[in-house]
Structures are given as structure tokens and as C-alpha cells.
Ligand binder design. Structure first.
Ligand code: NAI
Length: 256
């Protein structure tokens, strides 16, 4: 079977992605800073919020991997710098550290969010931050680009969507046929959703849920992630698939 690395496996979408990949016959290596309640495959405790954390995770992983599912993320409640460090810089650092271990034709899937769909309007900032290299000081970036704490989450996902496109054409991935794509969920019933309710208010989350009839479940998102990992997605590169029950379409149609 394939060897698939999944981050954020202690909860929600990452947990379900790992389970499903295991059921489909993959050898799953799960990473999280918290310990998962249920066991599946191998678990590696690690924190992607710092360069050291990423280096220690990368060092502990085997030399040949088929796919990396970047699912770990935070809601923005911990402030813009921490949110950028985890949702973007840590995710990118792990992807780049694992690029040499990914087999030719392998796959990287970044879980972004429809909250990042403002990247076109905020494209200059998103591209500037996506084009930084290494693991910059997130606090400095937040000050430099004047990112308020309540915008940390959407901005982190805007940058991630832009970087997904850049990375697809980045030498270390493209030269070896490693595809880089994103999946953007709408509201999904996991612990992070309560944090979004705290930040955005119940009314906003409820209206999004009502627009599509129900909140998503991790089971509504995990298959899209694993599809992008599979060889069936071999001609899909540098793009984004929404798994939002039609929410983005509803919002777009309403606006026109
Ligand atoms: P969750 O909160 O249930 O799971 C996130 C997991 O990431 C947790 O197990 C957490 O320990 C782990 N994590 C956080 N920071 C970490 C770090 N520094 N190092 C290692 N692990 C870390 O949330 P959920 O819903 O499963 O979210 C997964 C992804 O989906 C996130 O990137 C989130 O932004 C995205 N998403 C979720 C939506 C939702 O409504 N649930 C909507 C849109 C996007």
C-alpha cells in the first residue's frame, strides 16, 4: 500500500482522513501535537508551529512517502501570528522538508478553507507572504503587513491558496511530478467550529449552515482529500476543490 502522512489526526477532518486512508489499504502515519483518542496506523507526536518542530517531525518520517495531507490548523483564536505560523509557515515548512521523501508522482494536499476565497482581492499581500522563504518570524510578518488578529484565519488561508498554486510550479515539487492541491471545506461539525462560532458569532455560522441545509461532517471532506492523493487525480495540479455542500455557489449566485 501507499504511505500517507496526515497532520491534525487527533481530531476532526484529519482523524477521519487517516481512518479512511487506512481502510483503503494505506499505511498511515498520523501527526498531531495532541494525542489521538483512537489508534490507527502509526502516530507521531509533533508540533508544526516552529521550525524545530517541523525538523523533528521530518527527521522521524521514513524516506519514501506517497502523499502528505496537511490538515492540521487552528481557528485564529490564538492571534494572527500563531495562526499564520501553524496554518501557513509550518504547513509549508513541513511540505518542503518532505519534498525529497515524496516519491515521483506523489501528492501534497493542503486543507485551506472557503474563508480564504478573498485571495483574489487581497492577492498582493497573499502572494508577498506566500513568496517568503523558510520559516519567517510570524510576528514580524503580521506587523509588516498590518494583519489584525481577527483577520489571521482568513489571511492564513488566502496565503495557503496562493502558495498551493505557486508550489505546483516550484522546482522541488514540479521537477518530480509531485502535485500540490487544496481542499476548502465550508463549516464542518468538529471542535474548531465552536471556535469559529466564538469568533464570528453564531448568526454568521448558522446562516452559512442554513444556506446548504446542514453543517458538513469530516466524512464529507476526507474523500476529496484522498481523491487528490490518488493517481486518479494525476492531471489535477495547483488547484482547489471546495467541499462545502454548495455554500460558495450560493453566496456567489446571491451576489449577482
Ligand atoms: P480540529 O480542531 O478538530 O482539528 C485540528 C487538529 O490540528 C487538532 O487535532 C490539533 O491538535 C491539530 N493541530 C493544531 N495545531 C497544530 C500544530 N501546531 N501541530 C500539530 N497539530 C496541530 O479541526 P478540523 O475541523 O478537523 O480542521 C482541520 C482543518 O480544516 C483545519 O486546517 C481547518 O482550518 C480546516 N477547516 C475546517 C473547517 C470546519 O468548519 N471544521 C472549515 C474550513 C476549514
Amino acid at each position: 500500500g501507499k504511505t500517507i502522512v496526515v497532520t491534525g489526526v487527533a481530531s476532526g477532518i484529519g482523524c477521519r482522513t487517516a481512518e479512511l486512508a487506512g481502510q483503503m489499504g494505506a499505511n498511515v502515519i498520523g501527526i498531531d501535537r495532541s494525542k489521538p483518542e483512537q489508534g490507527f496506523g502509526q502516530f507521531l507526536k509533533g508540533d508544526i508551529s516552529t521550525a524545530e518542530g517541523v525538523a523533528s517531525i521530518a527527521g522521524a518520517l521514513p524516506d519514501r512517502l506517497d502523499a502528505l495531507c496537511n490538515v492540521a490548523g487552528v481557528s485564529g483564536k490564538s492571534g494572527a501570528a500563531d495562526t499564520l505560523a501553524i496554518n501557513f509557515f509550518g504547513l509549508r515548512a513541513l511540505s518542503e522538508a518532505l519534498a525529497p521523501k515524496l516519491r515521483e508522482g506523489g501528492s501534497v494536499v493542503n486543507v485551506a478553507s472557503i474563508a480564504g476565497y478573498g485571495w483574489r482581492e487581497n492577492g498582493a499581500r497573499a502572494a508577498a507572504i506566500a513568496r517568503t522563504t523558510g520559516f519567517p518570524d510570524a510576528t514580524e510578518i503580521v506587523v509588516q503587513h498590518d494583519i489584525p488578529n481577527d483577520a489571521g484565519y482568513p489571511v492564513s488561508k488566502e496565503i495557503l491558496l496562493v502558495w498551493t498554486m505557486l508550489a505546483a510550479h516550484q522546482e522541488q515539487f514540479r521537477s518530480r511530478g509531485i502535485r500540490v492541491n487544496a481542499v476548502s471545506p465550508g463549516p464542518v461539525e468538529t471542535p474548531i467550529l465552536q471556535q469559529f462560532r466564538d469568533v464570528l458569532g453564531d448568526a454568521r455560522v448558522n446562516s452559512d449552515v442554513e444556506a446548504v441545509g446542514r453543517a458538513g461532517t469530516p466524512d464529507d471532506v476526507a474523500p476529496a482529500i484522498l481523491f487528490l492523493c490518488s493517481d486518479a487525480a494525476r492531471w489535477i495540479n495547483g488547484t482547489n476543490i471546495a467541499a462545502d455542500g454548495g455554500l460558495e455557489a450560493a453566496v456567489t449566485v446571491q451576489a449577482h
